[in-house]
Write a protein that binds this ligand. Structure first.
Ligand code: BTN
Length: 231
């Protein structure tokens, strides 16, 4: 459970700043107003101008860490609903979308004994770069600016509740089904072993994606990047 927030004006990446704090052996959040070298998944760059929320949670979970992105996605969704955003969905495993456009990305990394769950949420971001064309922000959706400090506190509170709940009682994946984008749709999944195509059959309770191939065989993936295929 996060009990401390450490704030910076500017860092290279809050993921790296959180790594520096691993010896504290304490669950905490690192937040920055701006990142000079924000990182996304698969070594990509995360556009991090002032106005966005850039936060890394330093965690020592007593459960399978694969579900951390799900807990973070659900906390973000609950927050966005409270702030009046609709048409919300989760693109497995780590993205939160508004109307199909990405508003939040999550990057979970293992570092020593800890897991660092980085959350990038486009709050008051007005313009995006060419690489982030399918992105959106709370500001663009709601046509108003939001108080970042209040959002940080609220998001940590929501994450803490889900984290504690998961530690005690686990999780029924059905709770998240409503938000998961692409079930029953054709996709391509890219992993370190290559690309495979199939139909999204569902999501397992441990947050693995189940994809049915052309032969009807259901395969389970814990990692990968899913692209929707248009037929
Ligand atoms: C992705 O969608 O590829 C994941 C993006 C994760 C971005 C966040 S912002 C806070 C933390 N610090 C980083 O450098 N990255 C994560």
């Amino acid at each position: 459970m996060i009990t401390e927030i450490i704030k910076f004006k500017e860092v290279k990446s809050t993921q790296d700043a959180a790594r520096q704090l691993v010896s504290k052996n304490q669950e905490l959040a690192v937040v920055a107003l701006h990142q000079k070298a924000g990182r996304g998944r698969h070594g990509r760059y995360w556009y991090s101008p002032p106005g966005g929320l850039y936060m890394s949670l330093l965690l020592y979970p007593q459960f399978r860490p694969e579900v951390l992105p799900l807990l973070a996605c659900l906390a973000v969704i609950e927050l966005l609903e409270e702030y009046g955003c609709s048409r919300l969905s989760i693109l497995w495993p780590n993205d939160v979308l508004i109307g199909g456009n990405k508003v939040c990305g999550i990057l979970c990394e293992k570092y020593k004994k800890a897991y660092i769950c980085g959350i990038g949420l486009n709050v008051n971001v007005e313009k995006f770069t060419d690489e982030t064309l399918s992105a959106t922000s709370m500001l663009l959706e709601r046509k108003e600016e939001f108080d970042l400090d209040a959002i940080v506190l609220s998001l940590i509170g929501k994450f803490n509740s889900r984290y504690e709940e998961y530690e005690k009682h686990g999780f029924e994946i059905q709770q998240a089904y409503h938000y998961i984008s692409g079930i029953g749709e054709p996709v391509e999944i890219v992993t370190s072993k290559g690309k495979e195509c199939g139909i999204v059959h569902g999501i397992d309770s441990d947050w693995a994606i189940l994809i049915r191939d052309d032969n009807g065989i259901i395969k389970k993936y814990y990692y990968g990047e899913v692209h929707k295929l248009k037929w």
